[in-house]
Design a protein around this ligand. Sequence first.
Ligand SMILES: Nc1ncnc2c1ncn2[C@@H]1O[C@H](COP(=O)(O)OP(=O)(O)OP(=O)(O)O)[C@@H](O)[C@H]1O
Ligand SMILES: [Mg+2]
Length: 401
Amino acid sequence: MAVILEFDESIAHAVGSALGGSSTVLTDASQLPPHVAATGDPLVVIGPSVDAAVAARVTAATIEAQPIAGIIWLRRRVDTSTVLEAIRAGASDVVGESDLPALVAAADRVLGRANTVATATGDPAAVGATPRGTVTAVFASKGGCGKTSIATNLACLLSSEGQKRVAILDLDLESGDVQLLMSLPRGRSILDVAALGSGVDTGSLAACMSAHSSGTYVLPAPRRPEEAAGISPQLVSRAVELAASMFDHVIIDCPPYATEHVLSVLDIADHLALVCTPDAASVKNTAIALEMFDELNFKGHISLMINHAGDKVGITTSDISEALNYPVTCEIPTSLDLPLATNSGRILTLTHPRHPITTALRDWSTLINPPLAEAVTAQAQKKTVPAQRKHRFFSKRVATS
Ligand SMILES: Nc1ncnc2c1ncn2[C@@H]1O[C@H](COP(=O)(O)OP(=O)(O)OP(=O)(O)O)[C@@H](O)[C@H]1O
Ligand SMILES: [Mg+2]
């Protein structure tokens, strides 16, 4: 299961014991890539006696030979330059030599990710037979409306209660915070997917995702805003299509404006959760967004969600619905329990299954995750009615204000 590259026998033994199960110890770095390619072992630990330059070379070669391999570096010193070198080479994690609990946690993350890849890609016949997952974009044309809170809580709800395979993609490329809100350690991101170029496939996409304890898989945004420039709309479309072939639901957390990347996602999204709050600016911007989506022939798939619904601020849900001439399908109340959960590293829908916010999201989620009987009927209809080709608007640039 695990492969350990380490020249010191006693260190190799200690690492093997910490990981448990069976492991193979190699003492020749050149053997690592062909060994991993041949066995498909998902976990590799490169020990502290392996020189950093050799570790970088062999990491890159191993990932080239087996893209889903997760490689952990055990280092005598873990400083910024070591971490950067490891990340550049494609390693999943860097852990201090004596920090065996951290090694075990890193190994668990690698193996969790490998399991998803196996589920998604292991049986080609099964994958072919699996219907494409639904793609839901959570969008608002104003910042701070609650998009990320809704996207993350919805994804975890579908994953835990719905027992669905769920992925969440952070499309807020310049300031995405899905990874932070889900308390995930920094791992790979969509930037690593971009680095794979046209070679990206389901295995390498899954290898760039991080697993949340709810079972949700996360493709984080780049860490730094300037890195967003390296991600093309085409790459985003490709990543979303691949994710839809691997997961039952793909939830996309959008930035607060209609970028080309958002438009490329809307081309392939099945649902758009349009979030509005009871304030004049949000209502005005939502009206403009609705006009834009109407022009783009996307109206039939839009759900209008009111976050902070019921706040006594002089604008009610029915005022909003009337002003926008659009039905409201979800009302999420204000509750300090939400930021309280987020700030303590928890997801409200997981910790508070009966909370009014959880109930609102659960009720709404039946739109994208219908009960089994309805899903079977919908699937049968899909087979008999030729799919209407949606208007494609990837190349259009549209401003919402
Ligand atoms: N229903 C709610 N009740 C209480 N607080 C909420 C609610 N919805 C969102 N918040 C809080 O509002 C803040 C903004 O939420 P969030 O980050 O989800 O918005 P966003 O639309 O993703 O913002 P941005 O445009 O910056 O990405 C957070 O502190 C969040 O906890
Ligand atoms: Mg956000």
